[in-house]
Design a protein around this ligand. Structure first.
Ligand code: UN1
Length: 507
């Protein structure tokens, strides 16, 4: 791939960025400061950002509440034009943002460009929604009476976003929220504070009025918690771990907030004996090791039919050994570092668990020890064999470059094994048998199923989310996200000039 190459400018300039909160249209600080660092070399500070307090949250909520009074009355097609402008500015600054992302959280440049593109796609898609936001009209059971539904905004939304898609996921949440007439407070992951700040700069430049978008940096335990407890927040949208999600769900239940949760995955790819094996191999490598396995859609289990397992595994090992591990900002890199030390420790911990449980490491399984990587959080792409469904490594989300191989003897066993997990986000099957493909589409318990494609690669105009412990029944992206960010209002207009009693006067 040929990248437009203004990289060199940014490569030279590694002065830490000073990121601030953005409240009521102003960039403001907070007394304590934290740092976000480059996971390729943790000695490099990418940005400093405020460690915000409950007071900062309160100010942001007041500003969002004030702005909501007028923003909700701006016609949706006009709101949509500003959302469209966000897309144009994201496109203009695509390379700059991607480079920053690769420095700040380590994903390879091509993937960072994809992440920004996902934000652009989202902007253009939801800008279109501004001229739709369809409701329904339906006949009334009474004469001279009109019945319809309209979508109305929910109010002030807290968006709590992860570091693995630092532009795409905030866009998935912010852009539908805004086009629907809500105001927002973005609380980004601390590891990607600079990306969130640059995105907010774009919201500002696009002309969103003061208070419509607010950004509050800082810790989940302080800023996140304050948002959940604040009586003036109407909706919380969160993407992250299932453990945090269940706490958020419980708090929002207690504080009567609408809550949309996008949580973990333990996604599997099935390879049947009749599959195009080359295609399935490419898919497995991309699904398991893309973004260093740090996607909620990552392939973490590979279910191989016994007839092809030996041959497929040999090929897989050969290809895995060729993956180029390196800095996200190096355009030769295929697998970047993990985002921070605790993610690295988590992966190391799961490797210990795997060995104790009796799994076998076929490749990888260790921290990369090369001299040039010694200040980074690199873990080698890892394949484990002999994994059985009851092992923790077959059930728990690892969020790293670790792929568990499991053997299947039949299609029925494959589906049962794929479903045997507390999660249900993404899934994949490679087969040339159209009957099996359709049975899989019907019987797999997951929000997303790919036929002859890997478990990653969702597009913004289709619903995204999962079943079981992956979520709480909502979907992001597509027109489904409008159901998160709007309430239905049902309206009856009686133009008969008299009292008409439903269920009574027409009988
Ligand atoms: C995530 O894994 O957190 O389908 C989001 C994909 C991306 C989005 C992933 N478009 O892998």
């Amino acid at each position: 791939m040929v990248l437009l190459k203004p990289w060199d400018i940014w490569i030279m300039d590694t002065t830490p960025l000073t990121c601030l909160n953005y409240i009521d249209g102003n960039w403001v600080g907070s007394p304590t400061i934290k740092e976000s660092r480059n996971p390729t070399d943790w000695r490099e500070v990418v940005a400093t950002f405020p460690s915000s307090s409950i007071d900062d949250v309160n100010t942001a909520v007041e500003s969002a509440r004030r702005a909501y009074k007028t923003w909700r009355l701006v016609p949706a097609p006009v709101r949509a034009e500003l959302v469209y402008r966000v897309g144009e500015l994201l496109l203009q600054r695509k390379e700059e943002l991607a480079y920053l992302m690769s420095r700040e959280m380590g994903k390879p440049l091509t993937e960072s460009l994809g992440d920004v593109q996902e934000g652009v796609d989202c902007a253009f898609y939801y800008a279109g929604e501004g001229r739709r936001l369809f409701g329904q009209t339906t006949p009334s059971e009474l004469n001279n009476k009109f019945a319809m539904t309209v979508r109305v905004p929910v109010g002030v939304c807290a968006l709590i976003t992860p570091w693995n898609f630092p532009i795409a996921i905030p866009c998935w949440k912010a852009l539908p929220a805004l086009v629907c007439g809500n105001t927002i407070i973005l609380k980004p992951a601390q590891d990607t504070s600079a990306c969130a700040t640059m995105l907010t700069e774009i919201f500002h430049e696009a002309g969103l009025p003061p208070g419509v978008v607010n950004l509050v940096h800082g810790a989940g335990e302080i800023v996140g918690r304050a948002l959940l407890e604040h009586p003036d927040i109407d909706l919380v949208s969160f993407t992250g771990s299932s453990a945090t999600g269940s706490e958020i769900g419980a708090t929002c239940g207690r504080t009567h907030k609408r809550v949309c949760l996008e949580l973990g995955g333990k996604n599997a790819q099935i390879v049947m004996e009749d599959a195009d094996l080359e295609l399935a191999l490419e898919g497995a490598l991309w699904g398991a090791f893309g973004t260093t396995g740090q996607r909620c859609t990552a392939t973490s289990r590979l279910l191989l039919h016994r007839d092809i397992k030996a041959e497929f595994t040999a090929q897989l090992l050969e290809q895995t050994s060729k993956l180029r591990v390196g800095a996200g900002t190096d355009d030769q890199t295929q697998v970047g570092p993990l985002v921070n030390s605790s993610q690295l420790e988590r992966v190391e911990h799961y490797l210990e668990v795997a060995l104790t449980e009796g799994a076998k490491v076929l490749i990888g399984g260790e921290v990369v020890t090369e001299e040039k990587f010694k200040h980074g959080y690199f873990f080698s792409p890892t394949i484990l064999d002999g994994v059985t469904p009851t092992m923790r490594i077959a059930r728990e989300e690892i969020f790293g470059p670790v792929l568990a191989l499991m053997e299947i003897n039949s299609f029925e066993e494959a589906i049962a094994m794929l479903n045997d997990t507390p999660y249900g986000l993404s899934s994949s099957i490679y087969t040339r048998d159209v009957n099996r493909a359709f049975q899989a589409m019907r019987d797999i318990e997951a929000g997303i199923t790919y036929i002859n494609g890997p478990t990653i690669g969702a597009e913004v105009h289709l619903p995204f989310g999962g079943v079981k412990q992956t979520g709480n029944g909502h979907r992001e992206a597509g027109s489904a996200a409008l159901d998160v960010f709007t309430d239905w209002k049902t309206i009856y207009v009686d133009f008969s000039g008299r009292l008409q009693r439903a269920q009574i006067d027409n009988r």
